[in-house]
Design a protein around this ligand. Structure first.
Ligand SMILES: [Zn+2]
Length: 155
């Protein structure tokens, strides 16, 4: 991956199909993804890793003890940190169970927002609303997100 790539070009390529292929996005950005038991109070982390990192030299670790939908939220959140906060990653960002880290709450909210956009791209959500006659349970299932997350988006 060259550094000239526009992140939106990568994201939009994946925003057409549900569920959004987050591992594909991570791979396109040169980020490797691992799943591990991180204990109760850690959702996930992103760090530089010259051994296990992807072509960009970064590794995301997702807590595999959490619900699969939550693991997707974590992965999207950590990818968002890479896209938005690469310069702040330093020795690594570790997100606790409430997605708080050594970064400010404002930065965490940015990662939440872009992460939600990755899980539930607006145009894709609208497409599914038409396809499934506004059945939010079905749409949440298709996107592999929690019903609650979709309801918040649509509220
Ligand atoms: Zn975070």
């Amino acid at each position: 991956m060259t550094e000239k790539i526009n992140p939106l070009d990568i994201l939009h390529k994946y925003y057409r199909e549900a569920p959004v292929n987050l591992n594909g996005i991570a791979n396109d950005f040169g980020i490797a993804v691992m799943y591990a038991d991180l204990g109760n109070n850690v959702s996930g982390a992103i760090k530089k890793d010259s051994v296990f990192g992807g072509s960009a030299g970064y590794l995301i670790i997702v807590n595999d003890k959490h619900h699969p939908n939550r693991q997707r939220f974590t992965l999207a959140h950590e990818i968002a940190h890479f896209i938005l906060h690469k310069d702040f990653i330093g020795d690594g960002i570790k997100d606790d169970a409430l997605y708080r880290s050594n970064l400010s709450n404002a930065l965490e909210r940015q990662a939440d927002k872009l992460g939600a956009d990755m899980l539930m791209p607006w145009r894709l959500v609208n497409k599914l609303r038409i396809e499934y006659n506004n059945d939010t349970d079905k749409i949440a299932e298709k996107l592999q997100v929690s019903k609650e997350a979709l309801r918040i988006l649509l509220s």
